[in-house]
Design a protein around this ligand. Structure first.
Ligand SMILES: [Zn+2]
Length: 407
């Protein structure tokens, strides 16, 4: 099977390269925003949505026009890639998988991507990488890059520059080392409960840092905008954000690695995270109820990174020869695992499951996990003939990877 994997390193650019990278990221943001404004305007006028090819033609015009001639200083492929990103964002929106594309803000996830491996050169022996219009860049070579380079993304976070090298290689179909199956119930009080009784504590990294973040934000509010103290306060906020992100990533990776190494089949609820985390505020005519409680829940859900947890489980299981099975969440929290009695009154309290029929009592999340495992076994039984769960079907992406570009 083909295995796609990203390798991320910190760059060690010189001053000129840093200035150039800031400019390139800015040019990509400019192109993205200008194209987005154009699409919005066309929509308002009742004109047809422009496709990628049409946008690329416009990009050439912008690069040749006098007022935006500075765009020609940036490499053309990354500029085109930001148009591709916009098209992808629109596709997700049209297919109701995401919100309407929004304008990119300066300083928020600044990045640009080189899609053409022919223009890139990786010199691992000397810990350097050649990128068009930037020249040779040094990087912190912490591990070997495996496979052929497909594309490269340069990004900035917390005042540092990073490079993510996306590769592809042929690997042997892995055989699962583990033989057991497990069900997982995702929750707020417990991040994840496994059907064997183990559980993962909630990922409160954000909560823990929330106060220091709020303080830092208030401190920045008191400073004069763009003064040097304001800049210092801003950098502090960025560092806290980076720390939160790192702690969360680390926690999720450890949990998903352990689970995917110990089990061959992992069953999980199909969760509509997007619906659950929708705004609770409502609108003027129909104000939302329980706004406070719900926004707390929203925050908790986003905080937990359920989506990321699932994504990691999916590809790590594929790498270890296992599989992930998603089951419909119907009644998993109200069915008694001993006698099969289904009632919402089985779960009067949040944490305790108590069957009204046979008196069975257990932690509610554990009951959910057991029911999910059963539902997974049932689904597996109907699907195995269709080879739906063959892990070889499709390639799997890795850690910091994005979807490979589709021409
Ligand atoms: Zn019962």
């Amino acid at each position: 099977m083909k295995r796609q994997q990203a390798f991320k390193f910190e760059l060690r650019p010189n001053g000129e390269q840093q200035r150039q990278m800031r400019r390139f990221a800015g040019a990509c943001r400019f192109v993205f925003n200008r194209a987005l404004a154009l699409q919005k305007e066309r929509y308002r006028q009742g004109e047809k949505h422009l496709g990628y090819a049409g946008l690329c033609k416009l990009l050439t015009e912008w690069r040749n026009s006098a007022e935006t001639a500075w765009l020609a200083d940036a490499p053309v492929h990354p500029l085109q890639q930001s148009l591709k990103d916009l098209c992808r964002a629109y596709t997700h929106f049209f297919e109701k998988r995401a919100e309407r594309p929004r304008f990119r803000k300066k300083g928020l996830s600044e990045s640009f991507r080189y899609p053409d491996p022919k223009q890139l050169r990786l010199d691992q022996a000397n810990s350097r990488l050649y990128l068009p219009k930037l020249g040779w860049l040094r990087y912190r070579n912490s591990r070997g890059v495996l496979g052929t380079v497909k594309n490269v993304t340069v990004s900035q976070a917390g005042g540092k520059w990073f490079v993510s090298i996306q590769t592809e290689r042929e690997v042997q179909q892995p055989l699962p080392q583990a033989v057991s199956a497990i069900g997982i119930d995702m929750g707020i009080a417990r991040f994840a409960t496994l059907s064997d009784g183990t559980f993962y504590a909630p990922l409160n990294s954000f909560r823990r840092h929330e106060r220091s973040l709020r303080k830092a934000q208030q401190a920045m509010g008191r400073k004069t905008k763009f003064s040097s103290n304001w800049r210092k306060a801003k950098a502090r906020i960025q560092r806290i954000h980076t720390r939160i992100g790192n702690a969360r990533r680390d926690y999720l990776h450890k949990a998903t690695t352990t689970i995917s190494k110990s089990h061959a089949m992992v069953c999980i609820e199909e969760l509509q995270v997007r619906n659950m985390s929708k705004s609770a505020a409502g609108c003027v005519e129909k104000p939302g109820r329980h706004v406070r409680a719900k926004s707390g829940l929203n925050k908790a859900i986003l905080d937990q990174g359920w989506f990321e947890f699932r994504r990691q489980l999916d590809y790590k299981l594929a790498w270890s020869g296992g599989c992930l099975i998603a089951v419909a969440p119907q009644n998993t929290s109200r069915t008694c695992p001993r006698c099969g009695h289904v009632s919402k009154d089985n779960r009067r309290k949040q944490a305790l499951f108590a069957c009204l029929d046979c008196g069975f009592e257990e932690h509610a999340d554990l009951v959910g996990a057991i029911n999910i495992l059963r539902a997974g076994h049932a689904r597996f039984a109907c699907e195995v003939s269709d080879e739906v769960m063959s892990p070889a079907a499709g390639t799997h992406r890795s850690d910091s990877g994005y979807a490979p570009c589709v021409a």
